[in-house]
Design a protein around this ligand. Structure first.
Ligand code: PGA
Length: 262
């Protein structure tokens, strides 16, 4: 049996355009997903202005809520920012940090470090996004991922690890349709697990879920779980299509069932 409950997060990014459309998108996902629960963590990450309303539409929390980003201070003179206490107070249980689209707009390893600290100190689950821009023949991309990870995990305490999720998202795979092969995803998962083990010890490192993102679709989800051995997904484009997203959720549910049976 697999050690972790799979975690599948739908990252809506800057979509959809209005609250009405967000309501419709979520309701369709919720209704299609139905009563299946607890075998996996099913999560959506809507834009900030929609979070409260989505929370209201899912009172049972069968589908949980993530935020796409956070600011490291709690209150104060920081125009335009959103803090962790604010997010928690509207029902957010997971916070994504360091997504490549934010790094591309100037977020640094130091920003990621501060965000990770505030999320974990407040006993909330953090999804730390890492991934290389491109692959090369010399394996330099391993170094890129390692540097991002080490910066993000600085000062993280062993006891916080159950709230840590690493999302491996190679930038070349995001929104391009070029999904990493299950073998590539597995290789990077093992590499990340090794860094965690070196840093925290084997037993503690195993508490961290390592998920994959980058053109995850209903057609490749099963292989990424089975052969890629990842603990779940961060889904962008496909999470905006209810039938596709629920099919990915159901693939993870089936995967758990099958691995329990063997
Ligand atoms: P994608 O996005 O599934 O559209 O490739 C993934 C992400 O950016 O989290």
């Amino acid at each position: 049996m697999k050690a972790h409950k799979p975690l599948v997060i739908g990252n809506w990014k800057l979509n959809p355009a209005t609250l009405g459309k967000a309501r419709k998108l979520f309701t369709e996902i919720r209704d299609r997903y139905g009563r299946r629960k607890s075998a996996i963590n099913a999560v959506v990450a809507p834009p900030f202005p929609f979070i409260s309303e989505i929370e209201r539409l899912s009172p049972s929390r069968r589908i949980e809520l993530a935020a796409q980003d956070v600011f490291f201070e709690s209150t104060g003179a920081y125009t335009g920012e959103v803090s962790l206490p604010m997010l928690k107070s509207v029902g957010v249980s997971y916070v994504m940090v360091g997504h490549s689209e934010r790094r591309a707009r100037g977020e640094t390893d130091e920003d990621v470090y501060r965000d990770v600290q505030v999320v974990l100190k407040n006993k909330t689950q953090v999804v730390i996004c890492v991934g290389e821009k491109a692959r090369d023949d010399h394996g330099n991309y391993f170094g890129v991922v390692e540097a991002q990870l080490r910066a993000a995990l600085r000062d993280v305490k062993k006891t916080w690890l159950p709230n840590v999720i690493i999302a491996y998202e190679p930038i070349w795979a995001i929104g391009t349709g070029n999904t990493a092969t299950p073998e590539d995803a597995r290789e990077m998962k093992l590499f990340i697990a090794k860094i965690l083990t070196d840093r925290f010890g084997r037993k503690e490192a195993k508490k961290v879920r390592i998920i994959y993102g980058g053109s995850v679709k209903k057609g490749n989800a099963a292989a990424l779980l089975e052969t890629g051995e990842v603990d779940g997904f961060l889904v962008g484009g496909a999470s905006l299509r209810p039938a596709d997203f629920v099919s990915i959720l159901n693939t993870a549910v089936e995967y758990v069932k099958n691995s329990q049976a063997t």
